[in-house]
Write a protein of this length. Structure first.
Ligand SMILES: [Zn+2]
Lengths: 296, 329
C-alpha cells in the first residue's frame, strides 16, 4: 500500500502538517523558508511569488488547495460547489484513534471539510470545471466525500459541456470508510465515462504524490495526462515492492519523468508554466464544445 | 483426493471425525451394529460444523476465503457451463495466467466468462502469480468484455484475488492505468454484467473486473479496500493487529449487503465451499441463471442507466452540514 510511504514520511518529518501557511518549510519562523532539497533560504513571499518553486533547484514545494486554485483560476473567478459536503463515519471506525476524532482534528487544522475542493472557474476567460485534492487532509485519501464531490463536478462539467481539470494528490483510498471508499473509484470513473462520451476534454494533473486508488482511477483516465516535475506517481508503494517482493527499484522509479518515459504521462509541466500550458490546451481543444450533432 | 487442509478453528471437528472413523473401522472388523452411534456422532459433527461456520469472525472468514482447496474460477466454469473455450492474451504481448477468460454457454445462454485464477499448489500458484493479475490481465479482461459487448454476450466475472500485482514490471506496464480503464469502460458495455466474489476480493485488483449490474458474494468470501494486514501496519502500526483491522473494515458478505454494496449473498455448504464444491457450483449456477433472466428483461439504455445509478448511490456523506466554528470565515 502506498499509504505506508505517506505515514512513514509523516513520521520522519513530523510535524509536517501545517495549517494554511502556504508552502511547506522545514525551518524558518514564517518570514524565511529553507528549501528541503538544496538548502537555499529565501523570503517566504518570494517563494510564494514563484509558485512555491525553489529558485535554487526547481523543487516544487507542496502547496495546499487554495494556493493551487490561485495559481490556476483567473482572479476571483473560482466559485466552489458542494462546499457543505462533510464526511460521516459510516463504519464507526476506530484504530488507535477513532476516525471521528481524526476527522475533527484534521478539519480544525486545515479549515477543510474533506480532501477535495471543487468548483467552476475561468482560465484566461475560458470556463473550466476544477477539482483540487488537498494532501493535508488525511493524505488526500479518497473516501465518500472526495468521490461524491468529484462525481458531481464531472456531472456538472458534462451538463455544461465544460472541460475538466482534476489536480491529484493522494495516498489512495481512505481505509477508515472501508469498501465505501473503494467504490468511489468506480463512481468517479463512471461519471468520467459520460464526460468522455460527450466528447469533452478531461485533464488530470498529477502532483506529488499520486498513488493507490486515485492512480487506479481518475488520475489515469485523462484524455491528456499532465504531471509536475519529480512527482511520485504510483499504483503500489515502493516499500511493498522493495520489501515484500524483494525487487530492486530502477533509478527514478515512479517519478513523473519515469512514467513519461514509459508512456503514461503526456507532458511534465513546471508550476510557473502551468497556467500558460493549460490555457493553450483549452484553446486548442475549443474551450466550450458545441453539442454533438445528431447522427442522421 | 489430497488430504483436506484444516484451519485452526476446525480442529474440534477433527476429533469427532476420528471417532467416527474408529467406529466405522470397528463395524468393518466385527459384526457389531454401530449404526445408531454412527448416526449420533455424525449428527453431532454436522451440528458442530454448522455452529462453527455460522459464527466465523471476519479474520476466520479470510482463512476460509483463502483456503487452498476453495473452488476457483476455472473449477466453477468447468462445472456450471455446458460448453466452454478458454481464450488467451491481451493482444499486446501478454497472456496473464492470473486472470483467465473465454466464451461459453450456461443453460441456453452464450456468455463471456472471466475471473482471477489462483493455483491449487505452490507450482501452479507460481504460474498463476497467486491470482494477482498484471496489467496484461486487466487488458485481456477488457478485450474479452469488448468482445462480449460486440456480440451481445452477457459477462460473468469471478473475483478471487489478494490484489493486483504490485511489482516493478506491473508499475512499468501501467497497473493503475489498466485498472482505471476497466472501471470506466465497464460503464459503457451494453450487456448484463454479473460479478461474484468467490473468494478474496482484494481492493482495486478486484474492482478492476467488478463494475457490474449485480454483485454477488459467497457467504464466507471477503471484499476489502486494503488487506487487513496492510491496514493494521498502517493504522495500528502493528501487522499483528490484522484481526482487529479485519473486524473494523467490514469486509464480510453480510456487512457489505448491509452497506448496500452487494446485491445478494450466496449460501455456502456447511463447512464452506471447499467442503462440498459441487453443491457450491450448483448454488452459483442457479444464482447466475436467475440474475441473468432478470437483467435480460432490461433494455440496453435501462441497463446502462441502472448500472450508473447503482454506483452513483454508493458512499455516505453529510449534506448541508451545520457550520462548525472551524469553518467560519
Ligand atoms: Zn531548492
Amino acid at each position: 500500500m502506498s499509504l505506508f510511504d505517506w505515514f512513514a514520511d509523516r513520521r520522519k518529518n513530523a510535524p509536517a502538517v501545517r495549517a494554511s501557511k502556504g508552502p511547506e518549510a522545514d525551518e524558518g519562523d514564517g518570514l524565511w523558508s529553507k528549501c528541503a532539497e538544496c538548502g537555499l533560504v529565501v523570503y517566504r513571499k518570494d517563494l510564494i511569488a514563484n509558485a512555491s518553486v525553489c529558485k535554487g533547484c526547481g523543487h516544487h514545494h507542496r502547496i495546499d488547495s487554495s494556493e493551487r486554485i490561485r495559481l490556476i483560476a483567473d482572479e476571483g473567478s473560482f466559485e466552489p460547489i458542494d462546499a457543505d459536503l462533510a464526511p460521516t463515519d459510516p463504519l464507526a471506525f476506530k484504530d488507535r484513534r477513532s476516525y471521528a476524532d481524526r476527522l475533527r482534528d484534521t478539519q480544525r487544522a486545515t479549515g477543510l471539510r474533506d480532501a477535495v475542493v471543487t468548483g467552476l472557474c475561468r482560465l484566461e476567460g475560458m470556463p473550466l470545471a476544477l477539482g483540487v485534492m488537498d494532501f493535508r487532509f488525511m493524505g488526500g485519501s479518497m473516501g465518500s466525500v472526495v468521490g461524491e464531490k468529484l462525481t458531481r463536478l464531472v456531472e456538472l462539467a458534462t451538463a455544461r459541456r465544460y472541460p475538466l481539470l482534476i489536480v491529484c494528490a493522494s495516498g489512495g483510498a481512505r481505509m477508515q470508510e472501508g469498501m465505501l471508499s473503494l467504490m468511489q473509484m468506480a463512481k468517479v470513473s463512471g461519471a468520467l465515462q459520460r464526460h468522455r462520451s460527450a466528447e469533452l476534454l478531461y485533464l488530470p494533473l498529477l502532483t506529488h504524490p499520486t498513488t493507490g486508488g486515485v492512480t487506479a482511477s481518475f488520475a489515469m483516465l485523462g484524455d491528456l495526462i499532465l504531471a509536475e516535475p519529480k512527482a511520485m506517481i504510483a499504483f503500489a508503494g515502493r516499500r511493498v515492492i522493495e520489501q515484500t517482493l524483494g525487487e530492486k527499484l530502477p533509478d527514478g522509479f515512479q517519478t513523473a519523468e519515469y512514467l513519461q518515459d514509459h508512456g503514461f504521462v503526456d507532458t511534465i509541466v513546471s508550476r510557473p508554466e502551468l497556467r500558460g500550458t493549460l490555457a493553450t490546451l483549452l484553446r486548442l481543444h475549443g474551450s466550450v464544445r458545441t453539442p454533438l450533432s445528431v447522427a442522421p | 483426493m489430497a488430504r483436506r487442509v484444516l484451519l485452526d478453528f476446525e480442529k474440534p471437528l477433527v476429533e469427532l471425525e476420528e471417532q467416527i472413523e474408529q467406529i466405522r473401522q470397528l463395524a468393518r472388523d466385527s459384526e457389531v451394529d454401530v449404526s445408531q452411534q454412527l448416526l449420533q456422532l455424525e449428527t453431532l459433527a454436522t451440528r458442530r460444523r454448522e455452529e462453527i461456520f455460522n459464527s466465523l469472525s471476519p479474520a476466520q472468514k479470510i482463512q476460509v476465503a483463502r483456503h487452498p482447496q476453495r473452488p476457483s474460477t476455472l473449477d466453477y466454469i468447468q462445472v456450471i457451463t455446458d460448453e466452454w473455450i478458454e481464450l488467451h492474451g491481451d493482444r499486446r504481448g501478454n497472456d496473464d495466467r492470473a486472470l483467465v477468460g473465454g466464451v461459453g454457454r450456461i443453460g441456453d445462454q452464450a456468455v463471456v466468462l472471466l475471473g482471477h485464477q489462483k493455483g491449487r499448489d505452490m507450482k501452479e500458484n507460481v504460474a498463476r502469480n497467486f491470482g494477482m493479475a498484471s496489467p496484461g490481465g486487466y487488458r485481456k479482461a477488457m478485450r474479452l468484455m469488448d468482445h462480449a459487448d460486440r456480440f451481445r454476450l452477457p459477462i460473468l466475472s469471478f473475483i478471487d484475488t489478494p490484489g493486483a500485482y504490485a511489482g516493478v514490471k506491473a508499475e512499468e506496464e501501467g497497473q493503475g492505468e489498466a485498472i482505471a480503464v476497466n472501471l470506466r469502460e465497464m460503464f459503457r458495455l451494453r450487456v448484463p454484467i454479473i460479478a461474484v466474489v468467490i473468494g478474496e476480493g482484494g481492493s482495486g485488483g478486484a474492482l478492476g473486473i467488478g463494475v457490474a449490474d449485480r454483485l454477488l458474494m459467497f457467504e464466507h468470501s471477503v471484499y476489502t479496500v486494503a488487506s487487513p494486514e496492510a491496514c493494521a501496519s498502517i493504522l495500528w502500526r502493528d501487522a499483528a493487529k490484522a484481526p482487529a483491522a479485519a473486524e473494523a473494515l467490514r469486509i464480510t458478505a453480510a456487512d457489505l449487503l448491509q452497506l448496500g454494496l452487494v446485491d445478494a449473498l450466496l449460501k455456502e455448504p456447511s463447512g464452506g465451499n471447499h467442503w462440498a464444491p459441487m453443491q457450491a457450483a450448483e448454488t452459483l449456477r442457479a444464482a447466475l441463471l436467475g440474475q441473468l433472466a432478470e437483467l435480460q428483461t432490461c433494455s440496453e439504455s435501462a441497463l446502462l442507466e441502472a448500472r450508473y445509478a447503482k454506483f452513483r448511490r454508493m458512499g455516505q456523506v453529510l449534506e448541508g452540514a451545520a457550520t462548525d466554528p472551524a469553518f467560519a470565515p
